[in-house]
Design a protein around this ligand. Structure first.
Ligand SMILES: [Zn+2]
Length: 134
């Protein structure tokens, strides 16, 4: 995709803030005309490449803010898609390892309570024995 971006778009991309809230991922993109104004571009990241779904500016949609976000993600994911996949695999591996660790902890706590039962049983047995000897 040979997408030429202008000075404002370059500036806005460099100064874009990416964050998450209860609605998911969003980008704060600065206005071209008002330096202190930021627009919130909502991003749908359920697909392979995140896409801008809405912007709270007054312009006709899709607006330049959404375009900036889309170009930004298209660029990132083009070069990083393999890294992202590798990372996802790593995360899956990590999740699997955590799951296994949790299973081991569960198992050992079951063993522990069994051991405790055995210990208290033998303790009672010793007690009985000492009573017999007295
Ligand atoms: Zn906008």
């Amino acid at each position: 995709m040979a997408t030429k971006i202008n000075f404002y778009e370059r500036y806005a991309t460099e100064h874009m803030t990416i964050d998450m809230d209860e609605h998911g991922l969003y980008c704060e993109v600065c206005s071209e005309t008002h330096e202190s104004v930021n627009y919130t571009v909502r991003v749908d990241e359920s697909g392979v490449v995140p896409v801008a779904t809405s912007c709270n500016c007054a312009s006709h949609k899709p607006c330049k803010h959404m375009r900036i976000v889309n170009i930004y993600y298209a660029k990132i994911y083009k070069s990083n898609i393999e890294k992202a996949e590798a990372k996802q695999e790593q995360e899956q591996e990590a999740a699997k390892a955590i799951q296994e660790a949790e299973n081991i902890v569960k198992l050992s706590s079951v063993e522990k309570s069994a051991n405790e039962r055995m210990m208290s049983a033998s303790l009672n047995g010793n007690q009985g024995f000492s009573i017999l000897r007295r």
